[in-house]
Design a protein around this ligand. Structure first.
Ligand code: MG
Length: 633
């Protein structure tokens, strides 16, 4: 039977924790990586009963290394080693031993001899009712492509010997996938899946540190699975990810992400099958289709009575007006055209807890969707449970799921104008015009170990797509940004990470106490007019050094008067394929968040060329704030 599986090597922690995490995520099959047994204090048969109690089958023990094609006396020693592995398999109650291709310098390159070794091993295994799987490692000494592994399996010709197909090695070596269709399904011992970023690196380093779940990298994993399953293969499809970040993350989160990634693969395969008139694969549960995300309905800030006036001054400076008050809570609605900002000063409940941990910050985001109920069903099916908040009598219940750092992500019907009236009492005209039109994008700072998890969340749960990763210079290191976006581009979320140090991301994680929204980008049709009005209302913008404008005049044929105006107002500029981009940043609020106001003219990027300038200016501002704090202390 086709079934999803996960190798214990994907997760950190002890074997007991890994088994429990896999079971909780819905896996009923696992592969045991032998190193995990080495660190296990109990007997292997205890693992067997633990797995049985959790309803988990141990599909394979792996790996046995450097086996085929060895000269004597190493060859004889290998057969002794294999017998000990068989004893271990007996105790674990597993039937399949996976051998990966020999990397030893002593290995002989004779295919006949290697095939004969595999045949002899398979015969020994058969006496005990076991099977052998043979896998090509991309860095194998003589066997490094799946076609070579399959060739040895075919030469050995034993009924209990099959090839292990691992997407990582196949894609790393740029092996063709289509010819896999010619392998009889019963000659495939195991199918392993791993994705990876499309970066140039030696195969072993890429494998050991950058493997990731399907959909987190750049390889066509669904094509690989479609071909493997097309052979009639009917066994486990197992995630095998070596990744330091995964091992550093909580095992339940990793197992959940793995299942999410596999279920979405299964959904893709079943959509293709439906289009071709084929029956769906039973391996995947039918998922409600992702709802269409059409925008940001509101951004919710939490603050306290003491800090609220500063936040309100900032919002009013940007042209927002308080238009409504919540009927039962200390919550106000600020509005400007299509941008709704909710300010929550409640003294208990979710938002207040968030405030106690993170201070004045964005605690929730509401997305507009065509079908929120279906979105919640899909989220639940993919392991994101519904959050139920406290509501007053007669108030709208808005479904939500947990977002970054346990902020909330609300799902709202995209035409639900009336739900505001249900919960809010309007004190001003509901429509308030102003220079800012809509939410352009929101940056999420995330811990490095959580980046891929959020990529999978947005893609799998919300049907977002992804733009290629961008690497940017920070005055204190480097940071990396991956943008996830709604299919129509109405919501765009750059996910930013850094490698420790004093980078902007690191300082944010430290100041904020975890990941969260750092940047709220709002669009306008006339940035210059907006900045002049906002300055007059007292809004302070980030100081941009004069050198930036010298550089700008050298790079672009801009009117000197325009550059002068930008210098005066601290406006930044970028250009791409004939499109133009003007933007400006407010000063950081409590070292946590800031607004970017931008004007796009046929420009679809994020002004990444200016990010180092912003980061340097913010670092200078941050240093100043720290000095001031130190003086006060
Ligand atoms: Mg493998």
């Amino acid at each position: 039977m086709l079934r999803w599986s996960i190798a214990t090597v994907c997760m950190g922690g002890t074997l007991e924790v890994k088994l429990a995490a896999a079971a909780r995520a819905g896996f009923r099959t696992i592969e045991i990586f032998e190193n995990d047994l080495t660190f296990f204090s109990g007997k292997p048969r205890e693992i067997r009963s633990m797995a049985q109690d959790l309803g988990i089958e141990i599909v394979a023990l792996q790996p046995m290394r450097d086996f085929e094609g060895m000269p004597e006396p190493m060859r004889a020693r290998n057969f002794d080693r294999a017998k000990r592995k068989f004893d271990l398999m007996e105790e674990l109650g597993t039937k399949l031993l996976c051998i990966c291709s020999n990397v030893s310098e002593d290995a002989l390159g004779d295919p006949e001899r290697s095939a004969a070794d595999l045949a002899e091993l398979a015969d020994l295994a058969a006496l005990r009712g076991f099977r052998i799987g043979f896998e090509a490692l991309a860095w194998g000494r003589h066997v490094h492509d799946w076609m070579q592994a399959w060739d040895l399996v075919r030469r050995a010709d034993r009924p209990n010997l099959g090839v292990v197909l691992d997407s990582f090695h196949a894609f790393a070596r740029k092996n063709p996938i289509a010819p896999m269709a010619e392998i009889p399904g019963d000659k495939i011992a195991l199918v392993q899946v791993a994705d990876a970023p499309g970066i140039l690196m030696d195969h072993m380093s890429l494998s050991r540190h950058h493997r990731c779940f399907p959909g987190q990298g750049d390889w066509p994993i669904a094509d690989f699975l479609e071909t493997a399953i097309g052979t009639g293969y009917n066994g486990a499809i197992s995630l095998e990810i070596f990744n330091d970040q995964f091992r550093g993350a909580p095992p339940p989160a990793i197992a959940r992400d793995g299942m999410r990634a596999l279920e979405v693969c299964g959904e893709t395969l079943n959509l293709r099958r439906a289009a071709a008139g084929a029956a769906p694969l039973a391996i995947s549960r039918p998922l409600p289709a992702a709802a269409k995300v059409t925008g940001v309905e509101f951004i919710e800030f939490v603050t306290s009575a003491a800090h609220s006036p500063r936040l309100v001054t900032e919002l009013e400076g940007l042209g927002f007006r308080r238009v409504a008050r919540h009927r039962s809570k200390d919550v106000d609605l600020f509005r400007q055209n299509d941008v709704n900002i909710v300010v929550n000063r409640e003294q208990d409940g979710f938002a207040h807890s968030f405030y106690l941990v993170h201070g004045t910050s964005v605690c929730a985001l509401a997305l507009r969707l065509d079908d929120p109920a279906r979105a919640i069903e899909r989220a639940n099916a993919l392991g994101a449970p519904t959050y139920f908040g406290r509501i007053g009598p007669g108030e709208a219940s808005i479904p939500a799921v947990a977002g970054v750092e346990n902020s909330l992500l609300y799902f709202m019907k995209d035409s639900a104008v009336s739900s505001w009236e249900q919960d809010f009492l309007f004190i001003d005209s509901p429509a308030h015009a102003g220079p800012l039109n809509r939410v352009d994008h929101l940056n999420n700072m995330v811990r490095r170990s959580e980046l891929l998890s959020w990529v999978t969340f947005y893609k799998a749960v919300l049907g977002f797509t992804e733009e290629p990763q961008v690497e940017l210079a920070d005055p204190y290191g480097a940071f990396f940004s991956r943008v996830v976006r709604a299919s129509d581009g109405s919501v765009r979320i750059p996910l930013n990470i850094a490698d420790g140090g004093s980078t902007s991301v690191s300082r944010f994680l430290e100041n904020f106490g975890g990941g969260g929204v750092q940047q709220i980008a709002l669009s306008t049709d006339d940035l210059f007019a907006f900045v002049e009005q906002a300055r007059a209302r007292g809004v302070q913008f980030l100081d941009i050094p004069d050198n930036y404008y010298e550089d700008l005049s050298a790079r672009y044929d801009l009117e000197p008067a325009l550059i002068e105006k930008m210098r005066e107002l601290d406006i930044l500029y970028d250009r791409h394929k004939g499109g133009e981009f003007f933007h400006i940043y407010t000063r950081m609020f409590d070292q946590r968040f800031f607004f970017e106001i931008l004007q796009r003219r046929n420009y679809d990027l994020f002004g990444a060329a200016n990010t180092p300038v912003r980061l340097a200016a913010q670092a200078a501002e941050d240093d100043e704030a720290r000095r001031e704090r130190a003086m006060l202390d």
